[in-house]
Design a protein around this ligand. Structure first.
Ligand code: KG4
Ligand code: ZN
Length: 339
């Protein structure tokens, strides 16, 4: 069963074709990051307009890369049947104007092709990224979902069966990277810049707080951000390299320690990473090492699969369709859709 997935919740326009929720036949991502960089963050109106221009070309590219023409028929057999069995789109959470572009496009294609429409929760989508690359992944796992908008620990027993066991009480991990980077004048998005600069700095140059919030699986990062600001004010000569390295060491310490504690607590067999911050080189290395020492499997998806993409939406859509059927065409986009 082939599902076309469409993702437009934030600043990536993406489309993908995935077979049976497991095999990625194509995955195309067009990032708008350059359009937003000079404003220091995503500008919702610019995002919606860019999605409006990009969605159809990106969908067409994804269909072609999967061997289909723009009408969803096998290339070379234009009179043949539609080879897409369902169309899934991110219905929330995200920016309303951005979400509406993907949701409307998916519904229109589903209606034209006479196939089911599936509205997918973006965060649920992120849970499937590790599955797409590690089909032998053994459950249950704990997923550390760390993006620009969310930081969560999720226990997952089976596709479609999961619960959030921890979340941030203030800033998301990606938000902390972005805010510290902005303060240091490193531009947007901040995570990749801090990741890169850290390699040239001394992580011991400052000792920033590690908020472990003992007794819960929740996180808090706003104190860390404030500590960086206070340190730079008190030591104006510090280098960005040292601050990036010391900040990254603190946030990664917390993410790794809390993820391993959660995995131990729920008896997980492995740990998955998801979300943009999962592209962080130190986090990936440290999680792999800690899991190795604890006898747990470590499943960091490729960097392309960590950040927003539509393959994960198509995979989530496939399992959702099997479990609970299609989504009504009357269902809209839900910017604050709960997990
Ligand atoms: O999942 P994502 O692509 O978008 C959503 O927020 O849904 O995540 C974007 C976030 C940004 O905050 C960005 O700074 C962060 O992921 N990020 C990183 C790295 N690459 C992206 N953070 C740390 N290290 C990285 N290498
Ligand atoms: Zn995301």
């Amino acid at each position: 069963m082939k599902v076309l997935g469409i993702e437009t919740s934030c600043d990536e326009t993406a489309a993908a074709v995935v077979a049976d929720g497991r095999t990625v036949l194509s995955s195309v991502v067009s990032s708008q990051v350059d359009l937003h960089a000079r404003y220091g963050g995503v500008v919702p109106e610019i995002a919606s307009r860019a999605h409006t221009e990009l969605t159809l070309p990106v969908v067409t590219d994804a269909l072609f890369a999967a061997g289909l023409d723009r009408r969803g028929r096998a290339v070379g057999n234009p009179g043949g049947p539609v080879a897409i069995d369902a169309v899934a789109a991110t219905m929330g959470p995200g920016l309303i104007g951005a979400l509406l572009v993907g949701v409307s496009s998916a519904k229109a294609l589903a209606m034209a092709w006479g196939v089911p429409y599936v509205g997918v929760n973006h965060l649920e989508g992120h849970l499937y990224s590790s599955f797409l690359e590690d089909p032998d992944l053994e459950l249950p796992v704990v997923v550390l979902l760390v993006s620009g908008g969310h930081t969560m620990l999720i226990e997952m027993d089976a596709p479609g069966s999961y619960r959030a066991i921890g979340r941030t009480r203030d800033d998301a991990a990606g938000e902390a990277f972005d805010k510290v980077a902005r303060y240091l004048g490193l531009g947007y998005p901040g995570g990749p810049a801090i990741d890169r600069l850290s390699g040239f700095g001394d992580p011991e140059s400052a000792r920033f707080p590690r908020a472990m919030l003992e007794g819960t699986h929740d996180f808090s990062f706003s104190g860390l951000k404030t500590a960086v600001v206070n340190h730079v004010r008190a030591h104006p000569d510090v280098t960005n390299e040292d601050m990036a390295a010391a900040f990254q060491a603190a946030i990664v310490d917390v993410l790794v320690a809390k993820t391993l504690a959660a995995a131990d607590d729920v008896g997980a067999r492995g740990v998955c990473l998801a979300g943009g911050v999962a592209a962080n080189s130190s986090l990936r290395a440290r999680i792999a090492k800690a899991c190795g020492e604890a006898g747990l499997g470590a499943f960091p998806p490729s960097r392309a699969m960590c950040t927003d993409n539509a393959a994960m939406i198509a995979a989530a859509g496939y399992f959702q369709l099997r479990r609970s059927g299609p989504t009504s065409l009357d269902a809209g986009a839900v910017p604050d859709l709960a997990f």
